[in-house]
Design a protein around this ligand. Sequence first.
Ligand SMILES: [Fe+2]
Length: 313
Amino acid sequence: MDMQSTAASQAGTPAGFQGTLTDKLKEQFDAGLLSGQELRPDFTIAQPVHRYTESDHAVWRKLYERQASMLRGRVCDEFLQGLSTLGMGKDRVPDFEQLNETLMHATGWQVVAVPGLVPDHVFFEHLANRRFPASWWMRKPEQLDYLQEPDCFHDVFGHVPLLINPVFADYMEAYGKGGLKAASLNALDMLARLYWYTVEFGLIRTDAGLRIYGAGILSSQGESLYSLDSASPNRIGFDVRRIMRTRYRIDTFQKTYFVIDSFEQLFDATRPDFAPLYESLRALPTLGAGDVAEGDLVLNAGTREGWSDSDDV
Ligand SMILES: [Fe+2]
């Protein structure tokens, strides 16, 4: 299918979304891949399954095969269980409606298609209502190893399997509710660090050894190896106060990974009201992505080899 051929009649950015559009959304509007009629006020669209090309499916297949075989013995069992229960196949980009039949039944979650990154409050509102916003589009064949914005492979392969785990599912909902609150408390930077170091780049300790559960790691071939095998990064026991003070990397592999003992530990950490925590943390300086701080439960102190000096976020 020629994706450009649908372009002409639908181009143009709808007025209601002016000022809230990322470059990725603008690009899709301009290319006519998305029309104002399709984009709902909550930034979701019906997954345009007819717009996937054979190349999109081939990219999905390649990434899926590469990650699925490499992740055995590296990723937590709950992820593999989710992948298999959902019946997420390797051959084609999954149809979200099909995934949702199983997912809704298991934990009441559903995957909703979005054109790309959505504004924070929209994202939190979806999570708080057990909807995971997933980019519908696939990266290009030349972007297998690096991508600036999350695509369908990252969002669906990386994030959705764990949503079938009841405890992790509850954590994600609690995170969404916490996000809506953090916005009103001007504490989004602190809460974002928690998402980054758990949902995206978390490791978990199991009887069989350290395992990956963070989507940012497990959708990346390089970081799936680096996070577990490299001597460079720190691996530090999970501590919500510590994490909320810690800046992170968006341009390189992480300098520090935080390790949970169980998903219960993660969920329990989000039970208390964060408002007093934000207040007390505001008085403290932030920590660099590679810092080791007093009181850390250090599982591995990194050798710092290969670390770049550019700024942490
Ligand atoms: Fe992600």
